[in-house]
Design a protein around this ligand. Structure first.
Ligand code: ADP
Ligand code: MG
Length: 227
């Protein structure tokens, strides 16, 4: 089984005042192609830290992050940014859409940055928004959309450049339960249909139970966990 993302002996420590806080302490993890994994752990356990390191947004203090079989530790910041843009999709708890652009434009922009032309980017953006059942709202700006609609646009944007893996940090954490369930269903359909692999931090056990497996953080390590 090909791993699209691998963490090897990853460490991350923070200095808080006079105290050293160890968040990751030899964390090992493999995300296989097409697999959906829930990351379930209490607030403050280190989920966001883990996802930021896995998504090359931060560097670990020790250990290695391997994306699509390429070790990232010794790469330049420019190369890491290119991998992050083209090979990894990221969804945050808050959507971070660009407020002055329409939903369609928000999904087009990462593709234009990558070098696609306007027509190609527009076509794929429209398809993804349709897939996320939000095609009718394509011309609206984020402020004109509901929280659930904004997150569906953010998910479409995250996969715009057809990454092999999607990292999501409590993507439904700000939504009411029925909206969360609807957004997760659309996300799950997209992941399953595209063969994407996903690591999704969530507090929602109902959502976690629908994934292929669950992991949690324990003493700075990533361990399997049965709901
Ligand atoms: P989670 O996402 O599971 O709630 P985080 O990864 O955000 O957890 O944080 C894990 C721990 O690391 C927390 O105790 C948090 O206070 C601490 N932490 C996170 N980022 C920093 C930072 N930049 N500086 C100091 N401490 C941090
Ligand atoms: Mg967090």
């Amino acid at each position: 089984m090909m791993a699209v993302l691998e963490l090897k002996k990853v460490e991350r420590h923070f200095i808080q005042g006079s105290r050293k806080l160890t968040v990751l302490n030899g964390a090992d993890f493999k995300l296989n192609k097409g697999e959906m994994v829930a990351l379930v752990a209490p607030s403050g356990a280190g989920k966001s830290t883990l996802l930021h390191i896995a998504g090359l947004l931060e560097r670990p203090d020790a250990g290695e992050v391997i994306v699509n079989e390429q070790a990232s530790g010794r790469l330049s910041d420019d190369r890491r940014t290119a991998i992050r843009r083209n090979e990894i999709g990221f969804v945050y708890q808050f959507h971070h859409l660009l407020p002055e652009f329409s939903a369609l434009e928000n999904v087009m922009i990462p593709q234009l940055v990558k070098g696609l032309n306007q027509a190609e980017a527009r076509k794929r953006a429209a398809q993804l928004l349709d897939y996320m059942k939000i095609g009718k709202r394509a011309e609206h700006r984020p402020a004109e959309l509901s929280g659930g609609e904004q997150q569906r646009v953010a998910i479409a944007r995250a996969v715009a450049n057809a990454p092999l893996s999607l990292l999501a940090d409590e993507p439904t954490g700000n939504l009411d339960p029925s909206t969360a369930s609807y957004v997760f269903e659309a996300l799950e359909a997209l992941v399953r249909q595209s063969g994407l692999a996903a690591l999704i931090a969530t507090h929602n056990y109902e959502i976690a139970a629908r994934m292929d497996r669950c992991v949690t953080l324990s003493e700075g390590k990533i361990v399997d966990f049965q709901l």
